[in-house]
Design a protein around this ligand. Sequence first.
Ligand code: HSE
Length: 297
Amino acid sequence: NEIKIFCPATIANLSCGFDVLGLCLDNVGDEMIIRKSDQKGIRITKLVGADLPLETEKNVAGVAALAMLEALNSDAGFEIEIYKNIKAGSGIGSSAASSAGAVFGINELLGRPFEIKDLVPFAMQGEKLACGNAHADNVAPALLGGFTLVRSYAPLDIIKIESPPELYATVVHPQIELKTSDARSVLKQTVSLKSAIMQWGNVGGLIAGLYTKDYDLIGRSLHDEIVEPLRSVLIPGFDLIKQTALENGALGSGISGSGPSIFALSKGEATAHKIAKAMSAVYDEMKLPYEIHVSKV
Ligand code: HSE
């Protein structure tokens, strides 16, 4: 009648895959306790670690869970306790963790009426509430683990890709808040054919690299022609952090989701920690507070 779940943080976009690529972090995330209740519907009974609304319709977990119960035409009731570790506006999928966690947990308590993949559209409703856009590139990896590709939004077609065994992520979060809606508002609605050609070449390269465990190909493909140049100016020290990651052995580096977190991928845990140390030194020097994580992906 009760379930305790880990709601993982995620890195969306992965440079070339704006709104379509994402990966799940192994050891960074929130916790959630969900229990059955006699009262129909969803109630958020506790929210620790963040100043977010408790009202069901204003809370991403509440909205995602309600969408799921509605699809089932269910009279069931649930209470949700949320323990946030992932800061809102950090770029590692804070809202997605809550949306995905809620629908995953309720699905388990109901005896799994849905396959995990079919929970993605419900979790996307939480993303829509959070930033006005129902993207799936954080909720899909949070639910399915590993890497995910949104091959298409209409109809929704999500491909799960296993992580190569030695792939690690380093993610640094300079302690400023950057709203996804703001980071989306700086984007242009059209791209040049020249940029598009580079971008889809890299997306294909990244997917091929993941399947063949070709770490150099993964690195060569982690490049963003379209979004990073427009958004990186919003992130303090971005160029220096990225350059530092590459100098310390990263396969590639870029903006995590809509920022301000910056990620680097590397082959092997030791390199990921070396990069974390070097990134920390940059922000220490700039006297900028930050949080940093190293995780298997
Ligand atoms: N793909 C989204 C964006 C992820 O970059 O705006 C943010 O949650």
